[in-house]
Design a protein around this ligand. Structure first.
Ligand code: HSE
Length: 312
C-alpha cells in the first residue's frame, strides 16, 4: 500500500470581472488529505475538520475521490481503490474555494501515488472533474490556483490553457465571512442567478474592467488591479442580491482605502485587496457595515501565496 499526505490552499475565484477565468491562492487555510492506493474494487473517504459533516463521503459525490479517480482513469490504472482521510481547513460553501482545494488535493495525491504519469495540465483537468461533482460545472478558477499556486489566468477552456501570474506585492487580502443562511447547493444556485445574455455596452465595460485587472496584476499595480476587481458589471450585480448589505460593505471597504473589493468566488464571503498594513482596519469597517445590515460577520487577513498543492 502506498500512502501520501498532501495539502491544497483556499482560493478566491473570479477576482471581480474574471468570472471562471481568474483566481488566486491564499496562504491559509488549507485542506489536508491522506491518500492510499490499495488493491480493492472500491474507494472510501472519511471527511473531518471544519464543516466536514456537511460534505458527502459518497465516492461519486466527493470532490477529492472524483478528482483522484479521474487521474487513475486518465492514466489507465485499473484494479486499485483509493482510501482517503480528508481534513477540511477551508470552510465549505463560504466562497473560499473549498471544493476546489479538496479536488486539487485529490488529483495531486492520486497522480503521485501512481508514479506521476500525468502532466500538470492533465492533473488540472482531472481536478476540474471534482468541481463538476461538487457544483455541476467544471470551472478551473478555484482548482487551478489551488493546484498551482499564485494568481492564475485561465486563457482557454477547450483544451485548458492557464498562465501563472506573479502575486501582487505590498498588499493584504481581507476576507469577510458573513453569517447568512447558505444552501447546500450554493454555487449551483449562485450560477443560476446569472443573466443568460447582456447588452453589448455591458460587455465593453466588463472587458475594460478585466483589462484593468489583468494589466494591473501583470504590472504589479494594485491600484489598477483593484479598479478592475471593483468593476464587475455582470456577475457581481446579480449575486449582490444574495448577500444582505453587500453594496454598503463594498463602499465601506473602498472608502477605508481598499484598492478593490468584490464577492469572493460565488460568495457569500466578500474580499478586499488592501494596502500592506491596512487590512485589519478595512476588515473592521466591512464587519461594522455588515452589522448595520443586521448581519454578523468576521474578517481574516491573508496573503496571496505562490504555493499550491504540496506534500505535507
Ligand atoms: N467561477 C465560479 C463562480 C467560482 O463564480 O461560480 C465559484 O466556484
Amino acid at each position: 500500500m502506498k500512502t501520501v499526505e498532501v495539502s491544497a490552499p483556499a482560493t478566491i475565484a473570479n477576482l471581480g470581472p474574471g468570472y471562471d477565468l481568474m483566481g488566486m491562492a491564499l496562504d491559509s487555510p488549507r485542506d489536508s488529505l491522506r491518500a492510499s492506493l490499495v488493491k480493492s474494487a472500491s474507494d472510501e473517504i472519511e471527511v473531518e475538520g471544519i464543516g466536514g459533516d456537511t460534505i458527502s463521503a459518497e465516492p461519486d459525490q466527493n470532490s477529492s475521490i472524483v478528482a483522484a479517480r479521474a487521474v487513475l482513469r486518465r492514466a489507465g490504472v485499473a484494479g486499485y481503490g483509493l482510501k482517503m482521510i480528508l481534513k477540511k481547513g477551508v470552510p465549505p460553501r463560504m466562497g473560499m474555494g473549498s471544493s476546489g482545494a479538496s479536488s486539487a488535493a485529490g488529483a495531486f495525491a492520486a497522480n503521485f501515488l501512481i508514479g506521476s504519469p500525468l502532466s500538470e495540465i492533465e492533473v488540472l483537468e482531472c481536478a476540474m472533474e471534482g468541481e463538476r461533482a461538487a457544483c455541476g460545472s467544471a470551472h478551473a478558477d478555484n482548482v487551478a490556483p489551488s493546484l498551482l499556486g499564485g494568481i492564475i489566468a485561465i486563457l482557454r477552456y477547450n483544451p485548458v490553457k492557464v498562465m501563472k501570474l506573479r502575486p501582487l506585492t505590498g498588499v493584504e487580502v481581507v476576507e469577510v465571512a458573513p453569517e447568512v443562511e447558505i444552501a447546500q447547493e450554493k454555487t449551483r444556485l449562485a450560477r443560476e442567478v446569472l443573466p443568460a445574455s447582456v447588452m453589448l455596452g455591458t460587455v465593453v465595460s466588463q472587458m475594460s474592467s478585466f483589462a484593468l485587472l489583468l494589466m494591473g496584476i501583470m504590472n504589479n499595480d494594485p491600484k489598477m488591479a483593484g479598479e478592475g476587481i471593483s468593476g464587475d458589471r455582470i456577475v457581481e450585480p446579480a449575486r449582490a442580491k444574495l448577500i444582505p448589505g453587500f453594496s454598503e460593505v463594498k463602499k465601506a471597504a473602498l472608502g477605508a482605502g481598499a484598492y478593490g473589493c468584490s464577492i469572493s468566488g460565488a460568495g457569500p464571503s466578500v474580499f478586499a485587496i488592501a494596502p500592506q498594513g491596512m487590512g485589519a482596519q478595512i476588515g473592521e469597517r466591512m464587519v461594522d457595515q455588515f452589522s448595520e445590515a443586521g448581519v454578523r460577520s468576521k474578517f481574516s487577513i491573508h496573503r496571496i501565496s505562490e504555493e499550491g498543492a504540496k506534500f505535507v
